[in-house]
Design a protein around this ligand. Structure first.
Ligand code: NAD
Length: 500
């Protein structure tokens, strides 16, 4: 993968407030999925770079000016970052599109919106309050303090690099920690561009660091480093399990935002036109490369055929092509390995006996050029036990499964190892509330799909994760609680051999 090509843009990493090459001097290429060709060179960080970054972050959180800032000043600095980010949102969106192939229509909205995570947690920075406990022992004063964890390692995937980083970095900084970020090897450029804004915002050296590189070479040493207190990870469950085990050896805290196989459940009493759009948005938006993809359509048997017909009719109209054009609706798959994986799953579905109602092949439309495009695909005749119904494909592939009634919808909906999200389409509010209660998922959307906010907690049940992101409560995922005891009685100390 190393290349000496001079025409490619050459990035540097950001460690301890400096722009640096990897210690080895090596680079790797990053590709534009629409042209299927490299466009930039990214430093290939390894253990030595991780060590340097963690040392810088550790120094910043223990002895640097960051550690002495008041919470209000910390919040002001994060707010300043948000102001600057908002000015640069369109530029960052264009880089994301070039690097990960997601639509400019989605990325510009996303880059503008992600600023809200920084504003929200900036505001929360000086509202982290301990408590005075009405302790049961006379003569004692007992209070609690929420304290930062220290250095947080952040490992991020390629599907929404800056958004998923904001979910971690904003609360991490608001809580007073420092960060070492390892972006995906497929989409590192936007994070490095983002660091130029972090630098401009005036964060002291070492508070935010980025080491680019591959999972095994740069991610794994970050998880292992003894001075890293917590790993905040978003990615596949296979990698998540490996990191969770590795982090356990160092007794590190973790948040894990992993994959999903979310059911989008349509009842016969739904607003059908809206449900069709909701199902399309759940699986074909972002080319299905989203953890919350509604990749299983559970549709009530009485409307199955009519619903599938409408779905296929709308799916057929999806405009594929250049993700940098505002009118494009389905872009390429981000990398060639994922492209091949999606095509493999389509072959698996066919072999399992499911029927193709739409797509089912690589896209060869002229507007797709040489890019890694897969036709939006709908499988019918799917049984929930099939691999295409159980495994995360992370592409534009929908499995349609009929159900008879509420009980069967719940049974099929919950019959996967994942529990990230679920959609329910019905006009019966009693049914909606019961479904929301019984579905084992961290997020349930009723008559909508794919809505997220900085205000509302997000995370997985079952194999979809550990911990939550977004919302007020989750700042505690970046804090630890200390209990302080003071004997204010000045009384003679009691028997030292007995617990007080
Ligand atoms: P991935 O697990 O392959 O990689 C994620 C990150 O982990 C990358 O930065 C990678 O370099 C790093 N990594 C890989 N091996 C590592 C190792 N041994 N040690 C340390 N780091 C390592 O995931 P991906 O393919 O980039 O992203 C897609 C996955 O992310 C999907 O499964 C998707 O569902 C999941 N995802 C989850 C959420 C969520 O919030 N729950 C959001 C988006 C994506």
């Amino acid at each position: 993968m190393d290349s000496g090509a001079q025409v490619l843009e050459k990035y540097k990493m950001y460690i301890g407030g400096e722009w640096v090459e990897a210690a080895s001097g090596r680079y790797f290429e990053t590709d534009n999925p629409y042209t299927a060709s490299p466009w930039a060179l990214i430093p290939r960080g390894e253990t030595a770079d991780v060590d340097r970054a963690v040392e810088a972050a550790h120094k910043a959180v223990t002895a640097g000016p960051w550690a002495k800032l008041t919470a209000t000043a910390r919040g002001a600095m994060i707010r300043n970052l948000a102001d600057l980010l908002a000015l640069d949102a369109d530029r960052l969106a264009a880089i994301e599109v070039k690097d990960n192939g997601k639509l400019i229509a989605e990325m510009s909205a996303q880059c503008r919106y992600l600023v809200q995570w920084y504003y929200y947690y900036a505001g929360l920075a000086d509202k982290i309050e301990g408590a005075v406990i009405p302790i049961d022992k006379p003569g004692f004063f007992n209070y609690t303090r929420w304290e930062p964890l220290g250095v947080v390692g952040m490992i991020v995937p390629w599907n929404s690099p800056l958004l998923l980083l904001a979910w971690k970095l904003a609360p991490c900084l608001a809580a007073g920690n420092t960060a070492v970020i390892k972006p995906s090897e497929y989409t590192s450029a936007s994070t490095l561009e983002f660091m130029k804004i972090v630098e401009k915002a005036g964060f002291p050296p070492g508070v935010v660091n980025v080491v680019t590189g591959f999972g095994a070479e740069a991610g794994s040493p970050l998880v292992d480093h003894p001075k890293v207190a917590k790993i905040a990870f978003t990615g596949s469950d296979a990698t998540g399990v490996r990191i969770y085990e590795q982090a356990a050896r160092g007794m590190k805290k973790v948040t894990m935002e992993l994959g999903g196989k979310s059911p989008n459940i349509v009842f016969a009493d739904a607003n059908i036109e809206n449900a069709v759009k909701g199902v399309i948005s759940g699986i074909f938006a972002a080319t299905g490369q989203t953890c919350i993809a509604g990749s299983r359509l559970l549709v009530q048997r009485s409307i199955h055929d009519a619903f599938v017909e409408k779905l296929v009719a709308l799916g057929k109209t999806a405009r594929m092509g250049d993700p940098a054009k505002m009118e494009t609706q389905v872009g390429p798959v981000t990398n060639v390995a994922q492209y091949n994986k999606v095509l493999d799953y389509i072959a698996i579905g066919k072999k399992e006996g499911a029927e193709i109602a739409l797509g089912g092949a690589k896209a060869t439309r002229p507007e797709c050029g040489k890019g890694w495009f897969v036709e939006p695909t709908v499988f019918t005749g799917v049984r929930n036990s099939m691999r295409i119904a159980q495994e995360e494909i992370f592409g534009p592939v929908l499995s349609v499964i009929p159900f008879a009634d509420d009980e069967e919808a719940i049974a099929i909906g919950n019959d996967v190892v994942y529990g990230l999200a679920a959609g329910v389409w019905t006009q019966n509010m009693g049914r909606a509330i019961t479904m929301a209660e019984r579905l084992q998922a961290g997020t349930v959307w009723i008559n909508t799909y794919r809505a997220v906010s900085y205000l509302s907690p997000f995370g997985g049940y079952k194999r979809s994760g550990v911990g939550r992101e977004s919302g007020q409560e989750m700042i505690k995922e970046y804090l630890q609680l200390k209990s302080v005891w003071i004997d204010v009685s000045n009384a003679e100390a009691p028997n030292p051999f007995v617990l007080r």
